[in-house]
Write a protein that binds this ligand. Structure first.
Ligand SMILES: [Zn+2]
Length: 241
């Protein structure tokens, strides 16, 4: 008991020292964050202002509008709606480029409390190309998946590989995105996925072309079904942008 108290005291002491050395500010409103928040580097006030994403069937329907033939997705869910210039964009930017690995994990833990009511055998982070992984230091989708798994105990598996270093898709049209990512993934261990109900994990769904390309490859390699869950989905009044 004494040890426990001492450890708690030390943890508190260490946190206080770290806090004094490098105070944490909210990525969105820049307020000085004291103590812990649900999402690392985001104050709770900003978190509650994020717009909740449309329902799963609305998101799934909008995928049809972007696909050439059909969607490969069994189900799709997002926690929040992504808008350019909105607070969520700053969070996603921090996750991608701001060394915010803990933030990605915390978003995952939050998402883990609201997983769709379907059977899922494994979570599958959308992979980065190894060159980009080296550049960034971590795969944000892996951190999000680890966060979801911390709540749900659904295992996280690695079965996909990104074989081509794609340029950023931000300015591409839906058709260009489909072409840009088509066939760039390959399964490196199909024993892991055969007959499994998989859930792809990523930070943002824009047109869904990356997720569709992953799903097509996974289904061709024997997966039973593929769903997706992302922190945010870019949705306009007409559907996914
Ligand atoms: Zn804030």
């Amino acid at each position: 008991m004494k040890n426990l108290l001492r450890n708690e005291y030390l943890t508190h002491f260490t946190d206080s020292v770290l806090e004094a050395l490098a105070p944490i500010h909210c990525e969105i409103c820049d307020i000085h964050i004291k103590g812990t928040t649900r999402i690392h580097r985001i104050c709770d006030t900003c978190l509650y202002m994020f717009e909740i994403a449309p329902k799963d069937d609305v998101l799934l329907n909008t995928l049809y509008t972007h696909s050439v033939t059909d969607t490969f997705m069994f189900s799709v869910r997002s926690a929040f709606t992504f808008h350019h210039e909105a607070p969520i964009q700053r969070a996603i930017y921090a996750i991608k480029y701001g060394f915010a690995q803990q933030m990605a994990f915390d978003f995952g833990a939050y998402m883990g409390l609201h997983v769709p009511d379907i059977e899922i055998d494994a979570l599958l982070p959308v992979p980065l190309h190894t060159a980009r992984l080296r550049e960034r230091g971590y795969n944000q989708s892996q951190s999000i998946a680890d966060g979801i798994s911390s709540q749900t105990k659904i295992p996280v598996i690695q079965a996909l590989q990104r074989t081509t270093y794609t340029i950023t898709q931000t300015k591409f049209t839906s058709m260009e995105r489909n072409k840009n990512v088509h066939g760039i993934f390959r399964v490196h261990n199909n024993q892991n996925i055969r007959g499994k109900r998989l859930m792809l994990i990523d930070d943002v769904m824009t047109t869904g072309s990356t997720l569709e390309a992953c799903a097509e490859t996974l289904l061709e390699s024997g997966a039973l079904s593929v769903s997706a869950y992302t922190i945010a989905a870019a949705v306009s009044r007409k559907g996914i942008q």
